[in-house]
Design a binder for this molecule. Structure first.
Ligand SMILES: [Fe+2]
Length: 314
Protein backbone atom coordinates (compact mmCIF):
# COMPACT_ATOMS: atom_id res chain seq x y z
CA UNK A 1 0.00 0.00 0.00
CA UNK A 2 1.38 3.39 -0.93
CA UNK A 3 1.69 6.07 1.73
CA UNK A 4 -0.91 8.10 -0.16
CA UNK A 5 -3.43 5.27 0.08
CA UNK A 6 -2.43 4.76 3.66
CA UNK A 7 -3.03 8.43 4.41
CA UNK A 8 -6.52 8.19 2.93
CA UNK A 9 -7.21 5.30 5.24
CA UNK A 10 -6.22 7.34 8.27
CA UNK A 11 -9.06 9.41 9.70
CA UNK A 12 -9.45 12.23 12.15
CA UNK A 13 -9.65 10.74 15.58
CA UNK A 14 -9.62 13.62 17.99
CA UNK A 15 -10.67 17.22 18.22
CA UNK A 16 -9.53 19.97 20.45
CA UNK A 17 -10.60 23.56 20.66
CA UNK A 18 -8.62 26.58 21.70
CA UNK A 19 -9.96 30.02 22.39
CA UNK A 20 -9.64 32.01 19.15
CA UNK A 21 -8.92 28.93 17.15
CA UNK A 22 -10.66 25.73 16.37
CA UNK A 23 -8.28 22.86 16.23
CA UNK A 24 -9.17 19.61 14.58
CA UNK A 25 -6.37 17.15 15.00
CA UNK A 26 -6.39 13.90 13.10
CA UNK A 27 -4.42 11.07 14.48
CA UNK A 28 -4.00 7.49 13.52
CA UNK A 29 -1.12 5.22 14.35
CA UNK A 30 -0.44 1.89 12.73
CA UNK A 31 1.36 -0.63 14.85
CA UNK A 32 1.65 -1.12 18.53
CA UNK A 33 1.04 1.80 20.79
CA UNK A 34 3.77 3.73 22.47
CA UNK A 35 7.07 2.69 20.95
CA UNK A 36 7.05 4.49 17.62
CA UNK A 37 9.62 4.14 14.87
CA UNK A 38 11.09 0.83 15.91
CA UNK A 39 14.29 0.00 14.15
CA UNK A 40 12.58 -1.92 11.38
CA UNK A 41 9.32 0.00 11.25
CA UNK A 42 8.78 2.73 8.75
CA UNK A 43 6.86 5.87 8.13
CA UNK A 44 3.64 3.93 8.68
CA UNK A 45 3.52 5.56 12.11
CA UNK A 46 3.44 9.13 10.76
CA UNK A 47 0.42 10.92 12.17
CA UNK A 48 -1.39 13.46 9.98
CA UNK A 49 -2.36 16.31 12.29
CA UNK A 50 -5.13 18.46 10.84
CA UNK A 51 -5.46 21.83 12.52
CA UNK A 52 -8.11 24.43 11.79
CA UNK A 53 -6.90 27.93 12.62
CA UNK A 54 -9.16 30.95 13.06
CA UNK A 55 -7.34 34.00 11.69
CA UNK A 56 -8.55 37.48 12.59
CA UNK A 57 -8.84 39.60 9.45
CA UNK A 58 -8.38 36.68 7.09
CA UNK A 59 -9.34 37.90 3.61
CA UNK A 60 -12.34 36.05 2.24
CA UNK A 61 -10.32 34.80 -0.73
CA UNK A 62 -8.23 32.77 1.74
CA UNK A 63 -11.12 31.07 3.55
CA UNK A 64 -10.19 27.38 3.71
CA UNK A 65 -6.58 28.02 2.61
CA UNK A 66 -4.43 24.99 3.37
CA UNK A 67 -0.83 25.05 4.50
CA UNK A 68 1.13 21.81 4.66
CA UNK A 69 3.96 21.79 7.21
CA UNK A 70 6.88 19.37 7.10
CA UNK A 71 9.80 19.75 9.46
CA UNK A 72 12.82 18.05 11.01
CA UNK A 73 12.97 15.31 8.43
CA UNK A 74 16.62 14.61 9.30
CA UNK A 75 17.36 12.50 6.25
CA UNK A 76 20.33 10.24 7.07
CA UNK A 77 21.23 6.78 8.25
CA UNK A 78 18.22 6.70 10.61
CA UNK A 79 15.66 8.23 8.25
CA UNK A 80 15.53 6.60 4.84
CA UNK A 81 14.33 8.35 1.69
CA UNK A 82 11.11 6.30 1.76
CA UNK A 83 9.97 7.86 5.04
CA UNK A 84 10.45 11.36 3.66
CA UNK A 85 8.59 10.41 0.49
CA UNK A 86 5.79 8.85 2.56
CA UNK A 87 5.30 12.01 4.60
CA UNK A 88 5.23 14.06 1.43
CA UNK A 89 2.63 11.70 -0.06
CA UNK A 90 0.50 12.19 3.05
CA UNK A 91 0.74 15.95 2.70
CA UNK A 92 -0.12 15.73 -0.99
CA UNK A 93 -3.24 13.71 -0.12
CA UNK A 94 -4.55 16.79 1.73
CA UNK A 95 -4.02 19.10 -1.28
CA UNK A 96 -2.31 22.02 0.46
CA UNK A 97 -2.14 25.39 -1.30
CA UNK A 98 1.33 26.00 0.10
CA UNK A 99 4.03 23.73 1.49
CA UNK A 100 6.18 25.04 4.35
CA UNK A 101 9.46 23.32 5.24
CA UNK A 102 10.63 23.94 8.77
CA UNK A 103 14.37 23.16 8.69
CA UNK A 104 16.68 20.40 9.95
CA UNK A 105 16.69 18.51 6.67
CA UNK A 106 19.62 16.20 7.40
CA UNK A 107 21.42 14.30 10.13
CA UNK A 108 25.06 13.46 9.61
CA UNK A 109 26.05 10.59 11.88
CA UNK A 110 29.74 9.87 11.59
CA UNK A 111 29.82 7.73 14.72
CA UNK A 112 31.19 4.28 13.72
CA UNK A 113 29.22 2.77 16.60
CA UNK A 114 25.90 3.00 14.80
CA UNK A 115 26.74 0.65 11.90
CA UNK A 116 28.45 -1.69 14.37
CA UNK A 117 25.26 -1.82 16.42
CA UNK A 118 23.14 -2.33 13.33
CA UNK A 119 21.41 1.00 13.88
CA UNK A 120 21.25 1.88 10.20
CA UNK A 121 18.07 2.13 8.16
CA UNK A 122 19.56 3.97 5.21
CA UNK A 123 22.83 2.30 4.14
CA UNK A 124 23.40 4.92 1.44
CA UNK A 125 25.01 7.16 4.04
CA UNK A 126 26.45 4.57 6.42
CA UNK A 127 30.17 4.83 6.93
CA UNK A 128 30.42 8.34 5.47
CA UNK A 129 31.91 11.03 7.61
CA UNK A 130 29.96 14.27 7.89
CA UNK A 131 32.06 16.00 5.24
CA UNK A 132 31.22 13.36 2.66
CA UNK A 133 27.64 12.77 3.78
CA UNK A 134 26.47 16.39 3.97
CA UNK A 135 26.50 17.23 0.23
CA UNK A 136 24.71 13.99 -0.59
CA UNK A 137 22.16 14.44 2.17
CA UNK A 138 21.32 18.03 1.31
CA UNK A 139 21.05 17.13 -2.38
CA UNK A 140 18.87 14.12 -1.58
CA UNK A 141 16.58 16.09 0.71
CA UNK A 142 16.14 18.92 -1.80
CA UNK A 143 15.36 16.48 -4.60
CA UNK A 144 12.67 14.68 -2.62
CA UNK A 145 11.12 17.80 -1.09
CA UNK A 146 10.87 19.55 -4.45
CA UNK A 147 9.09 16.60 -6.03
CA UNK A 148 5.68 17.86 -4.96
CA UNK A 149 4.85 21.51 -5.58
CA UNK A 150 1.46 22.88 -4.46
CA UNK A 151 -0.14 25.79 -6.37
CA UNK A 152 1.54 28.49 -4.25
CA UNK A 153 4.88 26.69 -4.14
CA UNK A 154 7.20 25.82 -1.29
CA UNK A 155 8.82 28.07 1.29
CA UNK A 156 11.63 26.84 3.53
CA UNK A 157 13.54 28.06 6.56
CA UNK A 158 16.82 26.80 7.96
CA UNK A 159 17.36 24.86 11.15
CA UNK A 160 20.42 24.43 13.31
CA UNK A 161 21.54 21.35 11.39
CA UNK A 162 21.91 23.38 8.18
CA UNK A 163 24.62 25.60 9.68
CA UNK A 164 26.11 22.81 11.76
CA UNK A 165 26.76 20.87 8.57
CA UNK A 166 27.32 23.62 5.99
CA UNK A 167 24.87 26.35 5.09
CA UNK A 168 26.59 26.78 1.73
CA UNK A 169 25.94 23.17 0.82
CA UNK A 170 22.34 23.52 1.92
CA UNK A 171 21.86 26.66 -0.16
CA UNK A 172 23.53 25.15 -3.19
CA UNK A 173 21.29 22.07 -3.02
CA UNK A 174 17.99 23.85 -2.34
CA UNK A 175 18.46 26.74 -4.76
CA UNK A 176 18.78 24.19 -7.54
CA UNK A 177 14.99 23.83 -7.33
CA UNK A 178 13.26 27.17 -8.06
CA UNK A 179 9.98 25.90 -6.64
CA UNK A 180 11.55 26.12 -3.17
CA UNK A 181 11.93 29.65 -1.84
CA UNK A 182 14.32 29.82 1.11
CA UNK A 183 13.34 32.58 3.54
CA UNK A 184 16.16 34.01 5.65
CA UNK A 185 14.47 36.84 7.54
CA UNK A 186 12.25 37.45 4.53
CA UNK A 187 8.56 37.69 3.94
CA UNK A 188 6.59 36.53 0.92
CA UNK A 189 3.13 37.80 0.09
CA UNK A 190 0.63 35.39 -1.40
CA UNK A 191 -2.09 37.04 -3.44
CA UNK A 192 -5.58 36.15 -4.49
CA UNK A 193 -6.68 39.08 -6.63
CA UNK A 194 -6.86 42.11 -4.34
CA UNK A 195 -6.39 39.99 -1.22
CA UNK A 196 -3.20 38.71 0.31
CA UNK A 197 -1.62 36.99 3.28
CA UNK A 198 2.02 37.14 4.33
CA UNK A 199 4.45 34.40 5.30
CA UNK A 200 7.58 35.48 7.17
CA UNK A 201 10.46 33.02 7.50
CA UNK A 202 13.18 33.65 10.07
CA UNK A 203 16.79 32.61 10.26
CA UNK A 204 17.57 29.99 12.90
CA UNK A 205 17.55 31.21 16.49
CA UNK A 206 20.29 28.89 17.73
CA UNK A 207 22.86 29.21 14.95
CA UNK A 208 21.88 32.24 12.87
CA UNK A 209 20.76 35.84 13.19
CA UNK A 210 16.98 35.97 13.12
CA UNK A 211 15.64 39.46 12.53
CA UNK A 212 12.28 40.97 11.80
CA UNK A 213 12.12 43.67 9.15
CA UNK A 214 10.94 46.64 11.20
CA UNK A 215 7.87 47.49 9.06
CA UNK A 216 6.28 44.25 10.23
CA UNK A 217 5.68 45.85 13.61
CA UNK A 218 3.22 48.27 12.04
CA UNK A 219 1.76 45.97 9.39
CA UNK A 220 -1.52 44.38 10.45
CA UNK A 221 -1.68 42.00 7.48
CA UNK A 222 -2.78 38.42 8.21
CA UNK A 223 0.58 36.77 8.73
CA UNK A 224 2.14 33.39 9.32
CA UNK A 225 5.57 33.20 10.93
CA UNK A 226 7.86 30.26 10.24
CA UNK A 227 10.70 29.78 12.71
CA UNK A 228 12.52 26.50 13.10
CA UNK A 229 13.08 27.17 16.77
CA UNK A 230 10.10 28.30 18.86
CA UNK A 231 12.41 30.33 21.07
CA UNK A 232 12.56 33.01 18.39
CA UNK A 233 8.76 33.18 18.42
CA UNK A 234 9.06 34.05 22.10
CA UNK A 235 11.23 37.01 21.06
CA UNK A 236 8.66 38.10 18.44
CA UNK A 237 5.90 37.86 21.02
CA UNK A 238 7.94 39.92 23.46
CA UNK A 239 8.20 42.68 20.85
CA UNK A 240 4.46 42.66 20.33
CA UNK A 241 4.69 42.03 16.59
CA UNK A 242 1.30 40.74 15.44
CA UNK A 243 0.90 37.40 13.71
CA UNK A 244 -1.88 34.86 13.37
CA UNK A 245 0.07 31.61 13.53
CA UNK A 246 3.68 30.59 14.03
CA UNK A 247 4.91 27.28 12.63
CA UNK A 248 7.84 25.74 14.49
CA UNK A 249 9.81 22.52 14.81
CA UNK A 250 13.15 21.77 16.49
CA UNK A 251 11.80 20.09 19.64
CA UNK A 252 10.72 16.79 18.02
CA UNK A 253 7.98 16.99 20.64
CA UNK A 254 10.57 15.74 23.11
CA UNK A 255 11.15 12.60 20.96
CA UNK A 256 11.21 10.35 24.02
CA UNK A 257 8.07 11.17 25.96
CA UNK A 258 8.12 9.56 29.35
CA UNK A 259 6.07 11.13 32.10
CA UNK A 260 7.68 14.41 33.12
CA UNK A 261 10.70 13.89 30.85
CA UNK A 262 9.85 15.51 27.51
CA UNK A 263 9.04 18.87 29.04
CA UNK A 264 12.44 18.91 30.69
CA UNK A 265 14.43 17.45 27.81
CA UNK A 266 12.89 19.30 24.86
CA UNK A 267 15.34 21.98 23.67
CA UNK A 268 13.10 25.00 24.09
CA UNK A 269 13.02 27.61 26.83
CA UNK A 270 9.28 28.21 26.87
CA UNK A 271 7.83 24.80 27.70
CA UNK A 272 4.43 25.82 26.29
CA UNK A 273 6.06 25.26 22.91
CA UNK A 274 7.27 21.66 23.28
CA UNK A 275 4.57 20.29 20.94
CA UNK A 276 1.16 21.14 19.55
CA UNK A 277 -0.78 24.38 19.80
CA UNK A 278 -0.41 27.19 22.29
CA UNK A 279 -2.10 30.56 22.35
CA UNK A 280 -0.24 33.60 23.57
CA UNK A 281 -1.89 37.00 23.59
CA UNK A 282 -4.14 36.26 20.63
CA UNK A 283 -1.38 34.69 18.51
CA UNK A 284 -1.13 30.96 17.97
CA UNK A 285 2.09 28.99 18.10
CA UNK A 286 2.17 25.46 16.72
CA UNK A 287 5.19 23.22 17.29
CA UNK A 288 5.36 20.07 15.18
CA UNK A 289 6.92 16.85 16.43
CA UNK A 290 8.53 16.61 12.99
CA UNK A 291 9.51 13.47 11.16
CA UNK A 292 13.04 12.47 12.11
CA UNK A 293 15.16 11.60 15.10
CA UNK A 294 18.41 12.81 16.60
CA UNK A 295 20.65 11.43 19.34
CA UNK A 296 19.02 8.01 19.32
CA UNK A 297 17.34 6.28 16.37
CA UNK A 298 13.83 6.00 17.79
CA UNK A 299 10.96 7.81 19.44
CA UNK A 300 8.86 6.81 22.42
CA UNK A 301 5.24 7.87 22.81
CA UNK A 302 5.88 10.72 20.39
CA UNK A 303 5.02 9.71 16.83
CA UNK A 304 6.31 11.63 13.84
CA UNK A 305 3.85 13.96 12.17
CA UNK A 306 2.94 15.95 9.13
CA UNK A 307 0.65 18.90 9.67
CA UNK A 308 -2.11 20.44 7.59
CA UNK A 309 -3.43 23.83 8.68
CA UNK A 310 -6.73 25.09 7.33
CA UNK A 311 -7.23 28.83 7.72
CA UNK A 312 -10.71 30.15 8.46
CA UNK A 313 -11.91 33.63 9.33
CA UNK A 314 -12.07 34.33 13.05
FE1 LIG B 1 15.51 18.61 14.46
Amino acid sequence: MSAGEEAKRLGISRRAFLRGASVAAGAAVIGAGCADMGLKSSASVIVPERVRVAVPGLPSAFEGYRVGFYTDIHLGIWVPDEWVVSGLDMLRAHSPDLLVLGGDYVLCNDNPLWPMLGWVRNPTYAGLDAEDAAPQLFAGAAKILSSYVPPDGIVAVVGNHERWNDLGLFSEAFRRYPAIRVLLNEQVVIRRGEHSIAVFGSDDFLTGLPQLPSPLEHDRQARLVVSHNPDYVSAILARGVPFALALCGHTHGGQVCLPGVSEVAAPVNDKRFVAGMAEVGGSLVYTSRGLGVVGIPFRVNCPPEITIFELVAA
